[in-house]
Design a protein. Structure first.
Length: 225
């Protein structure tokens, strides 16, 4: 746990985390097994981070990989297997879109972490991070495309998902390259250390993978339709 920051910051982040789980629960048609699995993964990662395990940044490969590799591997398996593709096709496209509103509080948290010196400015909307636009436009896109219980303007939804996915990948790449790892490229004066602490480690360990999966699943569903 980071010491010395206003309690509002971790509280807001936990709220964004719970909102992510709740909205994804609706997107998977209230499948409690999946939601419970995500919650257990989050608890495990929070417990590991609380020991300071991820604060050791000079190991090769970085310990940080234990946060992001399992979710990315899971996403890959889901998209490459028949059972996984069937699961994707059963998801609620509407809730997959609404889920992205969680990016608004996440961006506020990142900005506050920057002010406290735990992430670089380039990870905020004052720097290279424009991801908040995805959160702000998600309700508009959801309202426009899902009125009357039918999917309207699927091409608009498809383009929006591609653009929002691009914004996500932009900040993920910048965040990784500004972290204090052996391959760091940016922000040497104020590196990205915040996401190595509990509970903020659940941003790369849980929230980002869920957001990434939601985009990829929505793109697949839109493309097939």
């Amino acid at each position: 746990m980071i010491v010395g920051i206003h309690p509002f910051v971790p509280a807001l982040f936990v709220g964004a985390l719970l909102a992510t789980l709740a909205l994804f629960h609706l997107a998977v048609r209230r499948n409690w097994k999946i939601t419970a699995g995500l919650a257990l993964w989050g608890i495990l990662q929070a417990a590991v981070a609380s020991t300071g395990f991820y604060l050791v940044t000079d190991s090769v490969p970085p310990r940080f990989m234990l946060m992001i590799a399992p979710p990315l591997l899971t996403i890959l398996i889901v998209f490459l297997t028949r059972r996984g593709k069937t699961f994707i096709d059963s998801l609620s496209l509407n809730w997959l879109t609404w889920l992205h509103v969680v990016r608004i509080p996440v961006e506020i948290v990142l900005f506050r972490l920057f002010l406290f010196g735990y992430v670089p400015q380039l990870m905020t909307f004052e720097g290279r991070n424009f991801d908040i636009l995805s959160g702000l436009t998600a309700p508009v896109v959801a309202w426009l495309c899902f009125r009357g219980g039918q999917v309207k303007y699927p091409k608009v939804l498809l383009v929006w998902n591609f653009l929002a996915l691009g914004l996500l990948l932009n900040i993920v790449i910048n965040a990784v390259l500004s972290a204090p790892f052996p391959f760091q490229q940016f922000a040497f004066d104020q590196p990205n250390r915040g996401v190595l602490y509990m509970p903020f480690n659940l941003l790369p360990a849980l929230i980002v993978p869920v957001v990434l999966f939601s985009h990829l699943a929505a793109i697949r569903k839109c493309w097939r339709n």
